[in-house]
Design a protein around this ligand. Structure first.
Ligand code: GDP
Length: 389
């Protein structure tokens, strides 16, 4: 081999080496990218349809199959082997932590992994009346939500379209925190009355919060105590809170600890601010009260389950304004005051409202001190508020 040939061979070898080096580099880059894709937690907007009213997302995978969008800690490629073995758990039972049309974000009971799954067609067709955030559900092959497991409680509201059906707001709730404010907007006990009544014997406990206590005018304590006396008589107390000064927050934390709650109340009373104040890490949108009318804006628009701290959850749910108004009419009111019944038998009129009729057994019992005046006043207050049947 002459020098020329040697040189040619050397060049050929080095070109070959160069090629295989390039190839190796390309493979290394590819492997790195794959690894990053598997680990990369998806950003919120990428993985979850935020807008409740928006159309469901188009399928993302080829062949028309709906894509499986798994959250942080889950696998991106369904055909790849599980990264740490956790994803191989069956995930038969899961908790619904957020809902969008036709889809649910669930947290698997067995491994804690969050999955964004489609609903089975039956469930999808009746989603609003059958499925709520907080529900425990049965999941099939980590692929779709097929049915709802038995619940311990559920909160519902009337369908705004007028159909006689209830739309579910939240499931398996322990406490409804009824948030009011002492000022801006002014204190109104009516929502408290209605919600306490609606909860009735549901097993869900009401807890009344009077927020913005830093704005309390002189005599505020007496005003609130007297307005809420009917509820205090039933063991339902209230907590004075200020998210500005921190007053009452420890009491509220203690009342919520270990439970699942829902915060309800008129816009602008400070529901989002309360969640912020309880758990500063949870950045919730806080809307400014409209200066023009003192009413708030709706800053809370979707249903989702928040973990406030381990073992303590809150469901942030839209549509709470109508909660408690479900088909309540004057004629049905006395059914919520079971203690009146025995005295109502003495009423002259069978359909006595106990408000205006003569010879009323209930009012006679009241005068004789056999009935709680606070409860009767609550009855009257609600009777005034409700439309005649
Ligand atoms: P939401 O509509 O019930 O969620 O009410 P927000 O949390 O959005 O609060 C409405 C407004 O009330 C915001 O401007 C808050 O800064 C204000 N706010 C909330 N809590 C308090 C409070 O304890 N004291 C005072 N002075 N203002 C508050």
């Amino acid at each position: 081999m002459n020098d020329k040939d040697k040189l040619r061979e050397h060049l050929a070898r080095s070109i070959g080496k160069e090629k295989s080096y390039d190839e190796k580099k390309r493979l290394r880059e590819l492997a790195k990218r794959r690894k990053a894709e598997v680990r990369k937690p998806k950003r919120r907007g990428e993985e979850w349809e935020e807008d409740e009213d928006a159309a469901p997302r188009a399928p993302r995978t080829a062949g028309g199959r709906e894509a499986r969008h798994e959250g942080a800690g889950s696998r991106a490629d369904p055909s790849a082997p599980p990264r740490d073995g956790r994803a191989s758990a069956p995930c038969d039972a899961a908790l619904v932590i957020a809902l969008a049309p036709g889809r649910a974000r669930v947290r698997c009971r067995d491994d804690g992994i969050e999955l964004d799954l489609p609903l089975a067609p039956d469930l999808r067709a009746r989603q609003a009346e059958e499925l709520a955030v907080g529900d425990d559900v049965h999941v099939e092959r980590r692929e779709r939500v097929v049915s709802v497991l038995p619940r311990r409680s559920v909160l519902a509201r009337p369908d705004p379209s007028g159909a006689r059906r209830a739309l579910l707001l939240a499931a398996n709730v322990d406490v409804v925190v009824i948030v009011t404010s002492i000022a801006e907007p002014a204190f109104k006990p009516a929502l408290v009355d209605r919600i306490v009544l609606a909860l009735g014997a549901s097993g869900v406990r009401p807890l009344v919060v009077v927020n913005k206590w830093d704005l309390a005018p002189a005599g505020a304590a007496e005003t609130v105590e007297s307005a809420l006396a009917p509820h205090a008589a039933q063991g339902i107390g209230f907590v004075r809170v200020s998210t500005k000064t921190g007053q009452g927050l420890e009491d509220l934390r203690a009342a919520l600890d270990g439970r699942r709650s829902v915060f309800v109340g008129h816009s602008g009373v400070g529901k989002s601010s309360l969640v912020n104040a309880l758990v500063p890490e949870l950045a919730r949108a806080t809307g400014a009260v409209r200066a023009s009318d003192g009413k708030g804006q709706h800053t809370t628009t979707r249903g989702e389950l928040l973990t406030l701290w381990p073992g303590t959850e809150a469901i942030d749910t839209p549509g709470v304004r109508q909660f408690g108004l479900w088909r309540l009419v004057r004629a049905d009111l006395s059914a919520h005051f079971a203690e009146f019944e025995v005295f109502a038998r003495a009423c002259r009129f069978k359909d006595c409202s106990h408000v205006v009729e003569p010879a009323c057994g209930v009012r006679a019992a009241l005068d004789a001190g056999a009935l709680s005046r606070a409860r009767f006043e609550l009855y009257l207050r609600l009777w005034e508020e409700l439309d005649p049947p």
